[in-house]
Design a protein around this ligand. Structure first.
Ligand SMILES: Nc1nc2c(ncn2[C@@H]2O[C@H](COP(=O)(O)O)[C@@H](O)[C@H]2O)c(=O)[nH]1
Ligand SMILES: [Mg+2]
Length: 179
């Protein structure tokens, strides 16, 4: 496992502090509003679990699963819904929680589909952002860390369903996905 990883990009304490800061900001911004926090499975599950416990206002949660990658490191650009929401977003303030924004294609699709369902608002919170890889313009409201153009794993992010349980975020060695 450790031999598959290059340097640690973001440590556990740094993640913890950032998640707390994001939770505090979200709590302030949505005070008195009906907030539905939507986690995007599977990558955002650990970030989502930690983030909602730093939010101090009442919220509802739900999850969506989409596919755009598979066992590769490049988005296919074709996004498919694998699991839809269990509840309506109509008249609710929606906060999408993503693990990472890369090309932006997944997020653009998600924002468009959710906006078409009549919410009061749609905002985006991501733990990681790789702006150098953008193929489409997307607006991010809450951003944890801007990172360089490297394929990262850990803290929910996988390669071929591995490494999600790691407490820190690591750069995956190229030989792992080029072999
Ligand atoms: N484990 C990793 N997953 C990644 C990385 N970059 C992107 N992704 C996955 O793709 C979607 C979003 O991709 P996008 O190209 O449509 O913006 C993201 O939610 C991840 O699941 C990465 O470096 N490591
Ligand atoms: Mg994701």
């Amino acid at each position: 496992m450790q031999q598959d990883l290059n340097k640690c990009l973001v440590g556990a304490n740094e993640i913890k502090a950032k998640v707390k800061e994001l939770g505090e900001q979200i709590s302030k911004d949505y005070a008195g509003k009906d907030l539905l926090v939507i986690g995007i499975l599977n990558g955002a599950v650990i970030f989502m679990a930690d983030l909602i416990r730093e939010i101090t206002i009442p919220i509802n949660i739900d999850f969506m699963a989409v596919s755009s990658y598979g066992a590769t490191t490049e988005s296919s650009g074709v996004v498919r819904i694998l699991k839809d929401l269990d509840q309506s977003v109509e008249n609710k303030h929606v906060l999408i929680v993503e693990d990472i924004i890369d090309s932006g294609l997944t997020l653009k699709y998600l924002v468009e589909i959710l906006k078409s369902r009549g919410p009061a608002s749609v905002k985006v919170c991501t733990l990681l952002d790789k702006p150098d890889r953008r193929k489409t313009e997307v607006h991010v409201d809450y951003n944890g860390f801007v990172i360089p153009d490297e394929f990262v794993v850990g803290y929910g992010l996988d390669y071929d369903e591995k490494y999600r349980h790691l407490q820190e975020i690591y750069v995956l060695k190229e030989e792992i996905y080029h072999s």
